[in-house]
Design a protein around this ligand. Structure first.
Ligand code: 5AD
Ligand code: FES
Length: 380
């Protein structure tokens, strides 16, 4: 006797079962590594079910709001040389810049005028005293705009606990530090193995941020050379275990002036990396229904509809670039970055339209904090 559809039926059943564990109102969010891998491997109808369920869970917990962070790329001066990053200090082709205090404050004021509610200050990594003092000052100045009405996210790499604390006390309350790869072996395939690129130190930094009380965000690149499905599943379990408030994930995009460029033929196609990123977002939304998840610009670089697709897969944050246009060409972490030529106000109307087309809307004039974080820290 033959059961031609046995395999298909079995798989279909198990996907339904897995999804039912994490459906709306279950509040469970608990998935095993095996279940995550099955979800990340879905195709056809099963894949659609995954995305539908993730959107349903997001809408139930967070509604159809998208939060904006006006991105200020403060400087591309970096002391590190990660093997994937276009602004690594060993890339001598990059023209280095640092915005003036006035330029940063102008960007922040623009974010406020546009109703973004929050800014994200991002930079190549430096930890010298002049830099630490400068950031402290800038955070304080941004806080002065309309009596502290702007939320501030920092994304300035690894720092000492003391520095993180200073910036927190100055008024920053969210910090993004992607782990990049939660598997130590993989971490050292995409970073040099030296004192400047130490996996344990990265973990310690994330722990310090959590301890200090930042809404802490982390994340990984998807589709890296040597990365396996096990790695990706474990990345999601890592985010859950750390109970982070925010996650950013985007497809890896090989940069010609970096060492990882040589592996560009050994990674999944751009379409596959994009699809895998979307599945990672969807599965994580099921596991952590109330965190903030960013639709990273890298998604839009790989696919013009990438940001919308990420929102529909479960993301709820977008970071429109407010860096003055003349500097953006120099902040090319990866090639062909999206929106490098757009003006802020063009970005704005374009965004509103694009989001309306997929049934979402920007929540203007709000910090848009992570609901997961707010709930965890609410007075009992
Ligand atoms: N492709 C995709 N993302 C990248 N990043 C750095 N280089 C690349 C690349 N080549 C991501 C890293 C970093 C964030 C600022 O940008 O994850 O944390
Ligand atoms: Fe600048 Fe990695 S290259 S932090």
């Amino acid at each position: 006797m033959e059961f031609p559809n046995f395999a298909a039926n079995f798989k279909l059943m198990s996907i339904d079962e897995i999804l039912n564990k994490v459906g709306p109102s279950t509040g469970s969010g608990t998935l095993t590594q095996k279940e995550i891998k099955l979800l990340l491997s879905t195709a056809g109808e099963d894949k659609k079910k995954l995305f539908d369920r993730a959107l349903q869970v997001k809408l139930e917990h967070l509604d159809n709001y998208v939060h904006l962070r006006g991105l200020i790329e403060y400087s591309n001066i970096c002391t590190k040389y990660c093997l994937y990053c276009g602004v690594r200090c060993k890339n001598l082709k990059v023209e280095r810049y640092q915005l003036s205090d006035e330029e940063v404050i102008e960007c922040a004021k623009l974010a406020h005028e546009l109703g973004y509610g929050s800014v994200a200050l991002q930079s190549g990594e430096r930890s010298d005293k002049a830099f630490v003092d400068k950031i402290t000052h800038l955070v304080q100045e941004i806080k002065k705009i309309d009596n502290g009405s702007l939320g501030i996210t920092l994304s300035l790499g690894e720092q000492t606990e003391e520095t993180y604390r200073r910036w927190f006390e100055a008024g920053a309350h969210r910090y993004l530090l992607r782990i990049e790869a939660s598997n130590e072996d993989l971490y050292y395939k995409i970073h040099p193995r030296d004192a400047k690129h130490d996996f344990k130190q990265r973990l310690d930094c994330i722990d310090s941020l959590l301890k200090i009380g930042y809404q802490t965000g982390t994340g990984v690149m998807v589709g890296l050379p040597f990365q396996t499905l096990d790695d990706l599943a474990n990345d999601l379990l890592f985010f859950k275990q750390k109970d982070v408030a925010m996650v950013g994930m985007g497809p890896f995009i090989p940069h010609p002036d970096t060492p990882l460029w040589q592996y560009r033929d050994q990674i999944p196609s751009a379409d596959k990396r994009m699809e895998l990123t979307l599945k990672m977002i969807a599965v994580l939304r099921l596991m952590m229904p109330e965190i903030n998840m960013v639709a990273a610009t890298a998604n839009q670089t790989v696919d013009p509809q990438g940001r919308e697709k990420a929102i529909l897969a479960g993301a709820n944050v977008i970071m429109p670039n407010l860096t003055p246009n003349e500097f953006r060409e120099n902040y090319l972490i990866y090639p062909d970055k999206a929106c490098v030529k757009d003006k802020p106000d063009e970005c704005q109307s374009c965004l509103d339209m694009r989001l309306a087309a997929i049934g979402h809307k920007v929540l203007y004039n709000a910090w848009g904090d992570s609901v997961a974080f707010t709930r965890k820290n609410a007075p009992k």
